[in-house]
Design a binder for this molecule. Structure first.
Ligand SMILES: O=P(O)(O)OC[C@H]1O[C@H](OP(=O)(O)OP(=O)(O)O)[C@H](O)[C@@H]1O
Length: 444
């Protein structure tokens, strides 16, 4: 049992709080954390924190903004309750991945407007939207699946009504699937015999550049003479935590490790790669002949680190997030550098949010001859239709950590496997509390 320590859990991830408390041998701090009817947070710390080393666990998942404000209020409550030191433990750090281009209402990048002449020739790849307040995240998985089914259904109707694809290609008969089947049981069944409307959706139909109904609505209309300004919330979020009274931050696999520089307090950025490496070594047969693939240039350093450690081959996908003219190559905005023919491939990335990146990468890898595609990620956020998209994709297995709650995702996605990082955080807390080095946790 660790003495003089208080573990205070937010509402975002009760399971990881329990794991941490069990590991440290301390009960979770009693508190009330609710909402007044107006929507404001109500926080009461019911155990004394005077002179204690307090660790507040809150992940950047679910209702991210509510959870973040709750975290700030808990930090402040402990600080004003005379805690000796307050450490915010954020298994997934919110707002550390901010787009550098404006997004439209539906979540697609708005970096450039198409010309009037060929407006219908353009599309954007990040669809569907990352959920907004009216479009819940994890709690809204069923909604997400319904949403995807609606889109697939509409695509089929458009085709029946004679709407042709922007690239002039109509999906081949062999590329069709029964979307309702694949989305409800999680497998990509094909039914060539039936003539139902849902059949006309393309196989691995996960991307909107293949969906005419979405192409029609993805057009950005800028205000003349005005260049959009995108709020960069990173510094503000860092300042809010430190103003609330945080003395120390513990997190894992920040999207951009340089984000640590936004803080003037210590930030311990743990690595999830140890868990991912262990999974490769123990669960992927003949892994030495497999190829590690980074689905974009931003993640190349992360993926090569694993490939180098395990002495494996490496390939890179160049991902283009800017609007792109649709050509006859379906993967015109993704390009593979490296050889994956007849190989098992392992996509490595820090996170999947809409899952567009990994599902598109998987489709490209299978097209280039890969026999199996695994995706190994630290943070499985899976907002909106992400789970339905994975179920309908060419991915064979998706492995994530439980830096955000995964029970509901696992129930809906038979391809999903979850690795525990609760013990890693608990060990980091134990070491920070005793003033020991935590560098071994960075490299295991
Ligand atoms: O599941 P999705 O919604 O597709 O998002 C996941 C992708 O987004 C992030 O990269 P980003 O596109 O921000 O590019 P970067 O790595 O260059 O920063 C992340 O590293 C993934 O590659």
């Amino acid at each position: 049992m660790v003495r003089n320590i208080v573990v205070l859990g937010g509402n975002s991830h009760p399971q990881i709080v329990e794991t941490i408390c069990n590991f440290l041998g301390v009960p979770p701090c009693n508190r009330i954390l609710k909402k007044f009817s107006v929507g404001e947070s109500r926080c009461e710390i019911q155990d004394s924190v005077r002179g204690k080393d307090v660790y507040i666990i809150q992940s950047g998942s679910g209702k991210v903004n509510d959870n973040f404000i709750d975290l700030c209020i808990m930090i402040s409550a402990c600080k004003t309750g005379s805690a000796k030191r307050v450490t915010a433990v954020l298994p997934l750090f919110p707002y550390s991945r901010q787009p550098d281009v404006p997004y439209n209402k539906a979540g697609a990048p708005l970096s450039k407007a198409p010309t009037d002449v060929n407006r219908n020739d353009f599309t954007f790849e990040s669809r569907p939207a990352t959920p907004s307040p009216t479009q819940p995240q994890s709690q809204g998985l069923t909604n997400g699946m319904e949403g995807l089914q609606k889109k697939l259904g509409k695509a089929s109707l458009d085709q029946q009504n004679g709407f042709s694809y922007a690239n002039g290609i109509t999906p081949r008969r062999s590329d069709t699937m029964d979307s309702s089947q694949s989305l409800t049981n999680g497998h990509n069944h094909r039914d060539r015999g039936s003539s139902s409307a849902s059949q006309t959706a393309p196989s691995f139909t996960t991307h909107d550049y293949e969906n005419p109904s979405i192409l029609k609505t993805s057009v950005f209309q800028p205000k003349p003479g005005y260049k959009q300004w995108v709020a960069q919330a990173g510094t503000l979020v860092a300042d809010l935590l430190t103003c609330a009274g945080a003395d120390h931050i513990i997190t894992m696999d920040l999207h951009d490790p340089q984000y640590q520089g936004f803080f003037d307090i210590p930030v311990d950025n743990l690595y999830g790669k140890g868990k991912l490496k262990k999974y490769i070594q123990t669960s992927i047969p003949d892994y030495r002949n497999a190829v590690i693939v980074s689905p974009d240039a931003g993640g190349a350093k992360r993926a090569t680190a694993i490939a180098d450690d395990l002495n494996m081959d490496f390939a890179l996908i160049h991902k283009e997030r800017r609007p792109t003219r649709i050509t006859d190559r379906q993967n015109a905005t993704m390009m593979l550098v490296g050889d994956v023919a007849n190989k098992v491939t392992i996509l490595v990335d820090d996170l999947a949010d809409t899952s567009n990146t990994i599902t598109r990468a998987a489709k490209l890898l299978k097209k280039e001859g890969a026999t199996h595609v695994y995706a190994l990620l630290t943070h499985g956020i899976f907002s909106g239709d992400a789970i339905a998209r994975i179920n309908a994709s060419a991915l064979d297995k998706v492995v994530v950590t439980n830096s955000v709650p995964q029970d509901e995702h696992r129930r809906l996605c038979p391809k999903l496997e979850v690795l525990d990082v609760g013990h890693t955080f608990a060990e980091a807390i134990r070491r920070v509390h005793h003033g020991e080095s935590i560098s071994t946790l960075f490299w295991d």
